[in-house]
Design a protein around this ligand. Structure first.
Ligand SMILES: O=CC(=O)O
Length: 343
C-alpha cells in the first residue's frame, strides 16, 4: 500500500469523522476565474470548508454574492492569475489571509493587502525546480533548434534538403540571470553543469552568491550571450528588458523569459527579432496572454510556449501541500510557511 493510498484512506476517514462530529472546518473562500478549476479539492476539503462562488452561483456576480456570504471570511484561496484588487477586498471586511497558488503575485494588489493588514502567501519554492528545468529546455531548444528541426522532419523536407542549419553550443556560454531568487538560483545551478559562466542582476548583490553581480541590466546584457528573466513583475521590473538592453545583448544574443510577459517590452522584442537584431528567444510568457504576436510564428529562432513552465503533477502536489500547510498555520495562529513581503 503506497503512502498516497494511505493518505487517501486517512482523508476519507477524516471526512466521515467531520460529517459525524459536526463541522468544525474553517471556511475558505475560493477566488477564481471560471476557466480555472480547483486542482484537487479532496485533501483541502478534509481540513476546510470551501466557499466557491463560481461553483455555487454560476451567474451571480461577486458584487452580489460576497455581501451575502463573505462577511465573516478570514481566508481566501486565490487560483492562478485571478485578479484580486480593492473592489473584491472591499467586499471582504474580515479577510486576513490571501493564499495564492502561484509564485508570481502581480495579479494581487499587494499594497492594498498591506494597507488592510492582510497577509499574502504564494507558491514559495514549490515551482522553482520545474521552471528552472523549463528555462534550460527553452534555451537548449533555441540554441540547438530542436523545435525547428522537429518541424523540418515532420514537413517532409529532410529528403529534399539534407543540410539543416547548424545550431550553437550551450557549453561555455555567458548567461545573465535577471532575478537571482529561488527560480534564478535553480537556473544557475543547472547551467553551471553546462560550464556556463553565470552573472546576474537583482535588487541587491547577494553576498553568498559566487556569481558576478551587475547592478545594471544593460551592463549584464553587454557581458552575456544569453539573458534569462526570472524575476517577479513589479512596477520596478516592468519592461526591465527594453530597447537598450536588447541592443546591449546584441545580434547573437538570446533571451529566455520564464517570469512574466511584461518584464520585456514585447513590441521592441518583436521588432528586434523580425529585423534580426537579436539572435533568438524562448518565451513561456507574453504581455497579453493568451495572445502572442503573430510575427513570431514565422521565426525558427523563436520557441513559443503557453505559460506552462510550472506545470507538472509533481509541482502541483508540492503546491497543494504548501497551500494546506499555510491555511492550517493561519487558522492555528502559527507562522506562515511562504509569506510574501508586502513592504
Ligand atoms: O507563472 C506561474 C506562477 O507564477 O506560479
Amino acid at each position: 500500500i503506497s503512502e498516497r493510498q494511505m493518505s487517501a484512506q486517512e482523508n476519507t476517514l477524516q471526512k466521515s469523522r467531520n460529517e459525524q462530529e459536526g463541522d468544525h472546518r474553517p471556511l475558505v473562500l475560493v477566488h477564481r476565474l471560471p476557466t480555472f478549476s480547483l486542482l484537487s479539492s479532496d485533501s483541502l476539503l478534509i481540513h476546510f470548508r470551501l466557499l466557491d462562488p463560481v461553483a455555487s452561483a454560476a451567474d451571480e456576480p461577486l458584487q452580489e454574492f460576497l455581501p451575502r456570504h463573505g462577511q465573516s471570511i478570514r481566508a481566501l484561496l486565490c487560483l492562478g492569475p485571478t485578479p484580486l484588487k480593492a473592489d473584491i477586498l472591499d467586499l471582504l471586511p474580515s479577510l486576513q489571509l490571501v493564499a495564492a497558488c502561484s509564485a508570481g503575485v502581480d495579479h494581487i494588489d499587494l499594497a492594498e493587502c498591506h494597507r488592510r493588514g492582510i497577509a499574502v502567501t504564494n507558491a514559495g519554492t514549490a515551482f522553482s525546480e520545474d521552471v528552472a528545468d523549463y528555462a534550460v529546455a527553452l534555451l537548449l531548444d533555441v540554441l540547438r533548434r530542436v523545435s525547428a528541426a522537429n518541424r523540418f522532419v515532420r514537413s517532409g523536407l529532410w529528403p529534399q534538403k539534407p543540410d539543416y542549419p547548424l545550431g550553437s553550443k550551450l557549453w561555455g556560454k555567458r548567461v545573465g540571470i535577471v532575478g537571482l531568487g529561488s527560480i534564478g538560483s535553480e537556473v544557475a545551478k543547472r547551467l553551471v553543469a553546462f560550464d556556463c559562466r553565470i552573472a546576474y542582476n537583482s535588487r541587491a548583490k547577494k553576498p553568498s552568491s559566487p556569481y558576478t553581480y551587475y547592478d545594471n541590466v544593460c551592463d549584464l546584457a553587454v557581458n552575456s550571450d544569453v539573458l534569462i528573466t526570472c524575476c517577479a513583475l513589479t512596477s520596478e521590473t516592468r519592461h526591465i528588458i527594453n530597447k537598450d538592453v536588447l541592443t546591449a545583448l546584441g545580434k547573437e544574443g538570446i533571451i529566455i523569459n520564464v517570469g512574466r510577459g511584461p518584464l520585456i517590452d514585447e513590441k521592441e522584442l518583436v521588432q528586434y527579432l523580425v529585423q534580426g537584431e537579436i539572435g533568438g528567444a524562448g518565451l513561456d510568457v507574453f504581455e497579453k496572454e493568451p495572445y502572442v504576436p503573430t510575427e513570431l510564428f514565422e521565426l525558427d529562432n523563436v520557441v513559443l510556449s503557453p505559460h506552462l513552465a510550472v506545470l507538472t503533477p509533481e509541482s502541483f502536489e508540492a503546491l497543494h501541500e504548501l497551500v494546506i500547510a499555510n491555511l492550517k498555520a493561519f487558522f492555528s495562529n502559527k507562522p506562515l510557511l511562504s509569506p510574501v513581503r508586502l513592504d
